[in-house]
Design a protein around this ligand. Structure first.
Ligand code: CU
Length: 147
């Protein structure tokens, strides 16, 4: 056991400071939930990637999920306009300049990825990630910030 701990400590210590973790896994489910409330983007990241997985079973038009990144103050407006844009547009208004990044809407069992320039999360600002499927953003949301 001691040897294992020592090896782990060595391993942790040997990871270079520059090797920032610039991607995270985000899970969504049939209970309309993400598995995290906060995403911290390492200050050393140039680009950041969110791997969204829908671990449920329901169809896209019933319990579809996406992930949208925007200023926290814009969340409700983006979500409202997204609902009007419909599923064909992944519940994001085409050309919405308030949207920093968004993935497509996925069904249970599917995965998708969205990447964006980390610099778009300006220091000090309040940013949110959320699902823009109608009605989901009230629960499926969290904060995303540069760490
Ligand atoms: Cu959703």
């Amino acid at each position: 056991m001691y040897k294992l701990l020592a090896a782990l400590a060595l391993l942790a210590g040997s990871v270079p400071a520059l090797a920032a973790e610039c991607a995270i896994d985000l899970d969504a489910n049939d209970a309309m939930q993400y598995d995290r409330k906060e995403i911290v983007v390492d200050a050393g990241c140039k680009d950041f990637t969110i791997h969204l997985k829908h671990s449920g079973k329901l169809a896209k038009n019933v319990m579809g999920h996406n992930v949208v990144v925007a200023k926290a103050a814009d969340l409700q407006g983006v979500a409202t306009d997204g609902a009007a844009a419909g599923l064909d547009h992944d519940y994001v208004k085409p050309g919405d300049e308030r949207v920093i990044a968004h993935s497509k809407v996925i069904a249970g069992g599917e995965s998708t990825t969205v990447a964006f320039a980390a610099g778009k999360l300006a220091g000090g600002g309040d940013y949110a990630f959320f699902c823009s499927f109608p009605g989901h953003w009230a629960i499926m949301k969290g904060t995303i910030r540069r760490g």
